[in-house]
Design a protein around this ligand. Sequence first.
Ligand SMILES: Nc1ncnc2c1ncn2[C@@H]1O[C@H](COP(=O)(O)OP(=O)(O)OP(=O)(O)O)[C@@H](O)[C@H]1O
Ligand SMILES: [Mg+2]
Length: 338
Amino acid sequence: MVLSRILEVADLKVEFRTYRGVVKALNGVSFNVDKGEVFGLAGETGSGKSVTGLAIQRLLPGNAVIVEGRIVFDGRDLLSLKEDEMNKIRGKEITAVFQDPHTYLNPVFTMREQFRDILLTNDREIASIKDKREIEKAVHDRIIQMLTEVQMPAPERVIKMYPHELSGGMKQRMMLAMAFSLRPKLIIADEPTTALDVTIQAQVLELMKSLQKKYGTSVILITHDLGVIAETCSRIGVMYAGRIVETGTVDSVYSEPLHPYTQGLMRALPRADKDLKVESIGGSVPDLVDLPTGCPFHPRCSRAMEICRKINPRTLNIDGRIVECHLYDGETSRGRVA
Ligand SMILES: Nc1ncnc2c1ncn2[C@@H]1O[C@H](COP(=O)(O)OP(=O)(O)OP(=O)(O)O)[C@@H](O)[C@H]1O
Ligand SMILES: [Mg+2]
């Protein structure tokens, strides 16, 4: 175990039992997150980004089965922990920011009541205070401090509000304040800014980045928006049909995408600096109940060869870049098995 590593996900396979059959949502997902880094998880809708985030928190719905795999967080094997041990990690050492704060915020309690609850349940320092009035003061001070850190306008007034009284941007600031308040080691942010308009989106991302730097928090940023990842992350994993088909630093992947799927996503990205035509990738994501044989991307791939239809590509390591594509395998390529 490398000391600088906070999370290691290895060969994670998740299935959903549904009336249509078995949905193979994750088919061997592997990636690492280092301490203090922002790792971006990209890919089209249905590629398995959210399922990966939920699996790490062990929050998958009841019809999901973790078939195989390992999730090691800060030296602990999460999948072997008992539920009460996992409970001590979830919401404290690993916290989450969701796209829709309504899944998280309760409409019938004020922001102060909800924030107070989080701190009373999870904050060791506050739990160690004996005097009731001192507890309330510590809670209040911490809430105001966190809201000030997320540049919430008029925090004293905002804490008396109910969720519906907050704007979209204010809600996401509140979510960030809550997520960072317990000084977690890892934050899983699933499309945290997708519902916001572009200016607010940039502000919230900027804020997340500055808090993450300040506290040295690791973040998994899940988004289908490659522009957001370019601005926020150091490394990126590109998901397709429940696998990460390419992983590398943002600089290297954006300047020279190797996987034809990543190349397609890049071509679909509007670029101000280049006069390139924006092209979307033809076809659609495969049915996870009935995956194609061979490489799952081959039916949409303009560079597909005979072998792609039959055999799943191996995981190659090309100068530190992880890629799963037959184009780089074999005698003539630079690839070697990762
Ligand atoms: N509860 C469930 N029951 C059955 N299938 C599910 C369930 N939850 C997710 N899936 C399936 O798992 C696959 C991966 O879903 P996931 O939500 O991880 O995609 P995503 O990459 O987050 O997409 P999006 O960008 O739309 O959020 C999808 O095919 C989805 O239909
Ligand atoms: Mg999702």
